[in-house]
Design a protein around this ligand. Sequence first.
Ligand code: SF4
Length: 258
Amino acid sequence: MSTFLFDSIIFGPVWSRRLGESLGINLLPANNKICTFNCVYCECGLTPSGSTSSEFPAAGEVKNMLGQKLRKMKQNNEYLDSITFAGNGEPTLHPEFPRIMDDAIDARNFYYPKANIAVLSNSTRIDRPEIFNALLKADLNILKLDSAIEETLNTINCPRGNYSPSEIIQLLKQFHGKVIIQTLFLRGRYNGIHVDNTTEREVKAWLTALEQIHPEMVMIYSIARDTAIQGLESISQEELEIIANRVSLAGIKTQVTP
Ligand code: SF4
């Protein structure tokens, strides 16, 4: 087994642990990863340097491909729970992300009005008003927060450029609850550094952040497939449940995916 990259704009539908029957939209180049993070656990492998925005698919092409796929699925009476922005990196990096969000909503309304529009984003671009407003339109606005402690976050997510969890937490608060926080728990060793976001210090700081953000839900999960870096350990369902109980006690809904 190894990490993998999507080779098309539209993929699936695939069964998602968190989103049900999900049709994916990959706004990143085929077979090439572009991301503002370089997470040690990334299923797409390490983030290469040197990719340019000219490689993104045009918004018109995304709209056509999505429409074609949904029409075909509808003709075949296929079921669909969600249309999900995911793929080979960070979807909000696409320069026409707001327009594509509007197109996806129109297509969903026409073909599968009960399906959710979901976005899996790493939160790094929510400081841009156009991205923030586009994310607000998603039914499931799923944003990453793997740690509230800068040092840990730098080790796990390896951000490109300056990134401050305290600033991101302030921005996440601005969604006024219309946000789902996704957190991957893990432990292991990377570049000689021990990393573990399940310690008491970590969970306490993360819970404090959640209480400030007050998301509509927290999705808790761990490593399920091959990762960019070797030597990482998946967290058991039991441990994830213990963390989830603490979130519930804070009055926030949680979903645990082993
Ligand atoms: S944010 Fe997502 S795509 Fe980017 S490196 Fe992390 S896991 Fe991979």
